[in-house]
Ligand binder design. Structure first.
Ligand SMILES: [Mn+2]
Length: 480
């Protein structure tokens, strides 16, 4: 039992949802931020004096006196002071310095100001106890950013808080902030009460037509911070997002990955070193900044891709993947080694098979290799997913065939294309995909990067769309 005799007085700024009142977690802004359950029922806006806290494992306020209610102005003043508890400017400067020898160092200067603004908004919400949902894309890039942010939050709460606010993590399978996700967020936000608006952070997805309605609808209900590196299309309602940080808006491209953005964001929040996650993200997303000689980075990127592939599938050992689960695994040498061993074995076998089964054609800008993913034996774990498999196969095919190599892989209702940066400027894949979406009623949606993109098609008419795509790529010799 650890009783704090000093009385903390401050304003209650949030109350979490709980079936049992005794489990409601309150946030109280005093000299130190208290994040704890309470023996007495409190309300957001109460001014309280905390007399004693039991912090055996989870902190619980044992004795508290309600002194009155704060005015709107009092609350605004208290919330306004929160970002200043963090040295955002200093942390940003230290982050720039920490990575001064990295390939992306110069380009960090373009975007660090925007990340600082986003960090201020995020810090206000987090320290006030407003409910936060963090959605990350289900690949190495998405989860590496989530791991960095999770580390920053632990560090912040250790340094500034008694207790720790709960954040909801959600791994996203698609590239859209879809209706189902928004619906689930709204329900979750409604169950919590807070003085500051709840916040949704999205990393590595969302810049897609299927997100637009949900983004517009969210505007009055919750704050959105979005860290992305997918090229925005003309009508994307980015101005409706509280803080939209996209590499493309700052003279950078997809190589400045979401994992890199989110890791720098984490460093700005908590002055931590996230180099391991940055390296894994760059390798996992085939960024031009990637240091492919970094053996640990290679290993972690395969393992993170593996975990995000298998999590949540039927019979999977991981029901819901969180960044702390992933972080614990990669920091345990035995678990890291055995996970890497089984992932890389599966991957390498399927890559060898893929090289055997591809059909080679000649296109305008490159040799086009075509593969039906369903021709490969299905692995029970679900790893590798076709998207990341395509990227690895593309890399292998380039090694054999040279840089003028393109991969078209199809499976079910998806067609996915990969090519190196050396030819992507010439091919303009995203433009071609938009044209195909106009040309064929069987092409439903599409997007990604100019080096890696997918089209969702009507499953039964996949062949029709494939024909149009191959024709667009200049393959005259394709016959179904
Ligand atoms: Mn990415």
């Amino acid at each position: 039992m650890d009783d704090i005799d000093k009385a903390f007085s401050g304003i209650v700024t949030s109350a979490s949802s709980a079936a049992d009142q005794r489990n409601i977690i309150y946030t109280i802004l005093s000299d130190k931020i208290i994040c704890a359950a309470s023996s007495v029922l409190l309300n957001v806006g109460d001014i309280v004096a905390v007399k004693s806290i039991n912090s055996d494992d989870k902190p619980r306020i044992e004795e508290v006196e309600i002194l009155g209610s704060a005015t709107v102005r009092d609350i605004e003043t208290a919330l306004g002071k929160l970002p200043d508890m963090i040295d955002i400017e200093g942390n940003a400067a230290r982050s720039l310095d920490r990575h001064k020898n990295a390939a992306y160092s110069k380009d960090m200067h373009n975007i660090i100001g925007e990340l600082q603004k986003a960090a201020r908004v995020f810090a206000s919400a987090y320290l006030s106890g407003a409910h936060i949902v963090i959605r990350f894309h289900n690949d190495c890039d998405g989860i590496s950013g989530a791991v960095s942010i999770n580390r920053a939050l632990s560090e912040l709460s250790n340094r500034l808080m008694i207790g720790k606010p709960t954040v909801s993590w959600a791994m996203q399978r698609g590239i859209e902030y879809d209706m189902e996700s928004a619906y689930s967020d709204i329900i979750e936000f409604r169950n919590h009460k807070s003085a500051a608006a709840p916040l949704l952070l999205i990393t590595d997805f969302g810049t897609a037509p299927g997100s637009a309605d949900q983004i517009i609808n969210a505007e009055k209900q919750y704050t959105i911070v979005m860290l992305d590196h997918h090229p925005p299309y003309d009508e994307f309602p980015m101005e409706r997002i509280t803080n939209y940080v996209n590499s493309w808006n700052h003279g950078l491209n997809s190589s400045f990955t979401a994992g890199l953005l989110s890791s720098i964001f984490a460093e700005i929040l908590a002055d931590i070193d996230t180099s391991d996650m940055i390296n894994a993200s760059l390798i996992g997303d085939f960024s031009e900044y990637a240091d492919r000689s970094d053996a640990d980075g290679q290993k972690i990127s395969i393992v993170l891709d593996y975990l995000t592939s298998i999590a949540g599938r039927n019979g999977s050992s991981i029901e819901k993947l969180t960044p702390s689960y992933a972080d614990n695994l990669i920091n345990n040498p035995d678990r890291l080694a055995s996970t890497f061993y089984s992932a890389s074995n599966t991957l390498n076998e399927l890559l060898d098979l893929g090289v055997e089964k591809v059909k080679k054609m000649h296109g305008d800008a490159a040799d086009v290799f075509l593969l039906d993913f369903s021709e490969l034996p299905k692995s029970e774990s679900g790893y590798p997913l076709p998207g990341r498999y395509s990227s690895r196969l593309q890399e292998k095919l380039e090694g054999i065939n040279g840089p003028r190599t393109m991969l078209v892989l199809h499976y079910g209702s998806y067609i996915t294309v990969r090519m190196p940066r050396a030819i992507s400027g010439e091919v303009k894949l995203l433009e071609k995909i938009n044209k195909i979406l106009e040309l064929s009623e069987y092409a439903e949606s599409g997007g990604g990067h100019n080096e890696a993109a997918s089209i969702k098609v009507v499953k039964e008419r996949s062949g029709d769309v494939l024909s149009i795509l191959l024709k667009e790529l200049g393959c005259q010799n394709y016959h179904r």
